[in-house]
Structure formats: C-alpha cells, structure tokens
Design a protein around this ligand. Structure first.
Ligand SMILES: Nc1ncnc2c1ncn2[C@@H]1O[C@H](COP(=O)(O)OP(=O)(O)OP(=O)(O)O)[C@@H](O)[C@H]1O
Length: 309
C-alpha cells in the first residue's frame, strides 16, 4: 500500500458555513507535512473527512489510494490523533489500547511496544481519567501507532503541552517521517512547525493558499535582506532609509534592511560613524514568511485576524 494522502477537490458545507471549499493537496511519504491555517480554516474538517468521520459534499480523500471507509483494518493503514480526550476516564490506558488492538486483530505484544514507544510504562495500569494533558497526548499517539501504519495524522498535537512535551512530539514526528511514513500535522501557529515540518499546506477559509517546502518559503521571505545589530538603531535606520533602503526594526538593537547589498550597508554606517556589532544575511522566521505570504490576500488575512478590517 502507498504511504500517502491525497485530497482532491474536497468541499464540505455545514449550514451556511463553507468549511472546505474545493481543497486539493497531497501528503507524500518520508516527510512531515504541516497543515496550517488560522482557526476555522477547515483543517479539522479535512482531517475528519480523510478519516471517514465526516462525508464530503464533493471530492475525495484517499489514504494509500483508497477511501478510509473501504479499509478493512484501518489502524494498519492510518493512525490519527484528533482528540486526545477521547478515552473513557475510568478505563486503564493499557486496557484502552488492548481493546483497540483486539478490535483490529493486532497482537497483545503490540500494546506493550507502543506503550514503550511513547514512554507511558509507569502509567499504563492507571485510569486515563487521571492523566495530565501530556499523558493523554502520549496515549493518543500510542493508539495512532498501534497498527504500525504508513500514514499518520496529528491535529494540533502540541496544544497545551510543556516545552519537554513539545520537543518530544517534534522528535517523534521527524523520526516517523524518517522511517518513510507520510505524516500530516496541523497547527494554527506557523512558528510551531518551524523545526518540524519539511513541507507546508497552507489553507484559509477552506481554500488552498499555497503548497510549498519550508525551505523555499523561508528563502523567498528572507529574499536578499540584511540583518543588522547596532546600539544606534534610530540613526542607522534614518541613514539607510535615506539611501533608499526598506528598513524595519525587529528589536531594540536590531533592524532588517532590504534593497541594499551588505557592502553598501556597511559603507553607509561607517561613513556616518555609526557603530554596529553584526551584519548578516537575514533569515526569516516561518511566522514572518507566513505574514508575507498572506499579506496581499486581504480576505485571508481578515479571516486570520477576527475583527481586523
Ligand atoms: N460540525 C460542524 N457543524 C457546523 N459547523 C462546523 C462543524 N465543524 C466545523 N464547522 C465550521 O467549519 C469551519 C471550519 O472548521 P474547522 O474546525 O475545520 O477549522 P480548523 O482549521 O480546524 O480550526 P481550528 O484551528 O480552530 O481547529 C468553521 O467555521 C467551523 O465553525
């Protein structure tokens, strides 16, 4: 079976809300694909449709070339973490996994394996109702991994986690992709995916904004700009802007400069006796790249910032 997800011309309406509006994208094997868009963009709806939990009005969603509902043992094809709270509170973690494994004809030893993979050994015999959010996320991930599936989907997996939990999930996602699996991970915050995703599917109001590699997006957003650190920020900005540069303050002592080569920036500062401690090629953050990407899409930006006009 192919390890990929294919979404083609998907459309889904709830009453007067068009949640997904003609969306198409693919999630190939061997990399982490970030699924990004503001709250309400249609990410969860798309994931639910991929998992057969909701039916599209138009279009198809395929896992390994097949519709979810046609899979006889779905856990072996795709694992998903959509809602970490979806475990009966009085059920012990190991029993929850065993029940899932038995329903899919998976051996009991697989339960112990996934408990080990997510580091829940010491809590496996306890009722899930007493679990912290981080432990519930781990249990949800253990369930997703149970069938050793080639395709994995995680809806906002780092929501509410502490820095250790976030680091753990990032490393796990990367290692699952390195094993050749197709990994789709959603987030409404671009920055969260900076160190995790290789590729991005960006959506807004149910429509595709762009499908791009993280590297290409960052390179385009960094586009020949120079990062400058100086204790004389205001004076430096005045001099550089006077020479035709586009300047933007990024911190108390930091500025990005567009439209002038590095040598010219250095020459201008030196000519005006302005000290600087650092001049380097600017590396945009994913958040900056995202803002740039959506800046001209007025409708999309308005959706990203409720109440903005
Ligand atoms: N079952 C439903 N009934 C009615 N409207 C719904 C339903 N599910 C989603 N919607 C609406 O569809 C739109 C898309 O919602 P969805 O949850 O898919 O977005 P999202 O990108 O996952 O957002 P978030 O980042 O907040 O999770 C929203 O306007 C939402 O209110």
């Amino acid at each position: 079976m192919d390890a990929d997800i294919e979404v083609r011309d998907l459309r889904k309406r709830y009453g007067s809300t068009l949640a997904v509006d003609g969306l198409s994208f693919t999630v190939p094997p061997g990399r982490v694909t970030g699924f990004v868009g503001p709250n309400g963009a249609g990410k969860s709806t798309t994931m639910r449709i991929i998992l057969g939990l909701d039916a599209p009005d138009e279009g198809v969603a395929l896992v390994g070339g097949r519709q979810y509902r046609s899979l006889r043992t779905p856990l072996r094809h795709v694992g998903a973490l959509l809602d970490a709270a979806a475990v009966h509170p009085s059920r012990r973690a190991a029993d929850h996994l065993l029940w899932m494994a038995q329903a899919s004809g998976l051996p009991r030893r697989r339960v112990d394996e996934v408990i080990g993979l997510v580091g829940l050994e010491s809590a496996a015999g306890r009722p899930a109702g007493g679990f912290s959010l981080g432990m519930r996320q781990r249990l949800g991930i253990a369930a997703a991994l149970l069938g050793d599936p080639p395709v994995l989907m995680f809806d906002e997996p780092v929501n509410g986690l502490d820095p250790d939990g976030i680091r753990w999930i990032r490393e796990l996602l990367r290692s699952l992709a390195a094993e050749g699996r197709a990994v789709l991970v959603s987030s409404h915050l671009m920055g969260e995916l900076e160190d995790t995703a290789d590729h991005l599917v960006v959506i807004g109001r149910g429509r595709l904004v762009t499908e791009t590699s993280v590297g290409a997006l960052l390179a385009a957003a960094s586009g020949g700009r120079v990062a400058l650190r100086t204790s004389h920020r205001t004076e430096a900005m005045t001099v550089l802007a006077g020479a035709g540069a586009t300047v933007a303050a990024t911190g108390r002592e930091t500025v990005t400069v567009g439209g002038l080569p590095t040598e010219r920036v250095i020459a201008l500062l030196s000519d005006h006796g302005l000290p600087f401690s650092e001049v380097s090629a600017h590396r945009a953050s994913l958040e900056e790249a995202y803002m740039e990407l959506t800046r001209d899409a007025g409708e999309f930006t308005a959706a990203a910032v409720p109440g903005a006009s």
